[in-house]
Design a protein around this ligand. Structure first.
Ligand code: TYM
Length: 349
């Protein structure tokens, strides 16, 4: 049975990239599958240990989940640190994963910068905790933006090595299933997770530079649309977004070599649940002076209600905390079962 898991870090404001790459997909998946959505607070202390407002950031991401339309009763919404099995399984995965695998992660290289020896050990082991987040629920599908692809490949590598290293024990306790990976038969305890990345905006780019991804850490606030921006700010940022001087093409092929145009068309498509081809069939031939106001109107229409609901929820922290507590208890019950089997498989007395 497919099981969805995904997470968002409670660091900095959420932006349109997080909304289109993650939240909007989370909401869409709820109708067909069981979903577990986590606020990954333990990941937030890997790059920066001391935060003044980690609790309020955690509540704010939870508010964004709920305001986007995630149903915390039918599905599970919780914060990572409230289910200690994540950290416990991460430790075991630290012993499964190889240092070389971690050293190859582009996100680690980016975040650690030049002084790698001085990065936290947690930043290096970050993907191991991420694998634990997913696999402690034996989740099969993970909706994320394109930037998380490499981490999900590593999650598969960890699951594969665990399954192979403990193959005999997994058979013995009768908790595995027979799968084939490539053409290799494997008796698997942990599934091979599938990333769900597709869609018209898997990687939302900066509004100021079509070659850089939209990010919380970009010093220019004009480079991103924050979920907390008011309608005027959203419209102004779109008006000021970098573009080239040409009209929009009528076909997707015409977006090649035009990263800023491609980005804005992708954003339009994702916000309206259309394809880029469909958007271009309507706006092809038009100038950005016509397209940008249409995009601004659409963005405001979609984001304003989310923004308003987020504000309302943030004013009621007791409600948010109750949602997280309930979610943590339900998530914890599943995680506990997995860890019981893991203890048996590894041989922990
Ligand atoms: P985080 O908190 O950086 O980002 C949350 C989600 O937003 C997506 N995203 C984007 N999508 C499109 N365009 C962009 N410019 C953009 N920027 C961010 C991210 O891909 C992500 O889906 N490591 C994860 C959190 C995590 C996790 C997990 C995710 C921890 N454990 C288990 C899935 C499963 C992260 O740092 O996301």
């Amino acid at each position: 049975k497919p099981q969805i898991f995904s997470g968002v870090q409670p660091t900095g404001n959420l932006h349109l990239g997080n909304y289109l790459g993650a939240l909007r997909k989370f909401v869409a998946l709820q109708d067909q599958m069981d979903c577990i959505y986590c606020v990954v607070d333990l990941h937030s202390i890997t790059a920066q240990l001391v935060h003044d407002d980690l609790k309020s950031q955690t509540r704010s991401i939870t508010a964004a989940y709920l305001a986007s339309g995630i149903d915390p009763v039918k599905h599970i919404v919780f914060n990572q640190s409230a289910v200690p099995q994540h950290a416990e399984l991460a430790w075991i995965f630290n012993c499964v994963a190889r240092i070389g695998w971690m050293n190859r992660m582009t996100q680690f290289k980016d975040k650690a910068g030049k002084d790698r020896e001085n990065a936290s050990l947690g930043l290096l082991a970050y993907p191991s905790l991420m694998a634990a987040d997913i696999l402690v629920y034996r989740a099969t599908h993970v909706p994320v933006g394109d930037d998380q692809k490499q981490h999900l490949e590593l999650t598969r590598d960890i699951a594969m090595k665990f399954n192979l290293d403990f193959a005999k024990k997994i058979k013995e306790i009768g908790k595995g299933v027979d799968i084939t990976v490539g053409d290799q038969p494997v008796h698997a305890f942990f599934p091979m997770v599938e990333p769900l990345i597709e869609g018209p905006a898997p990687r939302v780019m900066s509004l100021k530079d079509g070659s850089k991804k939209m990010s919380k850490s970009d010093p220019s606030d004009l480079s991103r649309i924050n979920l907390t921006d008011d309608a005027d700010t959203v419209a102004r940022k779109i008006r000021k977004a970098k573009t080239d001087p040409d009209a929009l093409p009528s076909e997707v092929d015409g977006l090649k070599g035009r990263p800023e145009a491609d980005n804005l068309v992708g954003i339009f498509a994702a916000l309206s649940d259309r394809t880029k081809a469909d958007v271009l069939s309507e706006y092809g031939g038009q100038q950005f002076s016509q397209f940008k106001p249409a995009l601004a109107e659409l963005a405001v229409n979609v984001l304003s209600p989310v923004n308003a609901e987020m504000r309302r929820l943030i004013d009621d922290p007791a409600h948010i905390d109750a949602v997280l507590k309930d979610g943590s208890e339900r998530a914890g019950a599943i995680a506990e079962k997995t860890m019981k089997d893991v203890h048996e498989i590894v041989g922990l007395l």
